[in-house]
Write a new protein. Structure first.
Length: 177
């Protein structure tokens, strides 16, 4: 299997992803900010590494061949009264998308709908442009895990919501570019 560096490993999607990847035989290196997060990540099967992405030198990404970015669905909260903080969050997500898409890296940008803590179903709707909807964090992590195992999927932006297609089947529908 491969080495996988997970940024945001202590987050709600990140922890789920770490468990899945390590359970599938990947060596997972998990970035975390708070010292108390290390033990929980180790229990999930990861090698925890303390750090803050904002303070990491770009050379720390040297050797990275593939980058999977969890972004935001463009329609998230549109038409509602959002806070300045949310608007800034969306602006930063879009900026990250633009920078990654213009890089020379092998990348996939995943844009999930509204994230839910309910148990995943293992079924999703994935496409280049799909209607906005909800998705369980379990299913986002499962789809990311499937993407890790599909290095042929490259340089694509994928939108993801709950659906009726098994995760592995949905991921397999994307062709190499």
């Amino acid at each position: 299997m491969s080495n996988v560096f997970v940024i945001g490993a202590a987050g709600k999607v990140g922890k789920r992803l770490v468990k899945m990847l390590s359970g599938n035989g990947h060596k997972v290196i998990a970035l975390h900010r708070k010292p108390e997060q290390a033990q929980a990540l180790q229990a999930c099967g990861a090698d925890p590494v303390p750090g803050n992405l904002m303070e990491m030198n770009a050379s720390g990404l040297a050797g990275v061949r593939r980058f999977l970015l969890v972004s935001a669905f463009p329609e998230a909260a549109r038409g509602t009264d959002t806070s300045a903080g949310f608007e800034n969050y969306m602006r930063v997500k879009k900026e990250a998308d633009v920078r990654l898409a213009s890089s020379r890296l092998d990348w996939v940008i995943l844009r999930p709908g509204t994230l839910l803590d309910s148990p995943g179903t293992g079924e999703v709707r994935a496409g280049l442009a799909i209607p906005y909807g909800n998705i369980a964090r379990d299913d986002v992590a499962a789809f990311l895990s499937a993407l890790v195992d599909r290095p042929d999927i490259s340089r694509q932006i994928i939108e993801l919501t709950e659906g009726d297609t098994p995760v592995e089947v949905a991921a397999s529908r994307f062709n190499a570019r």
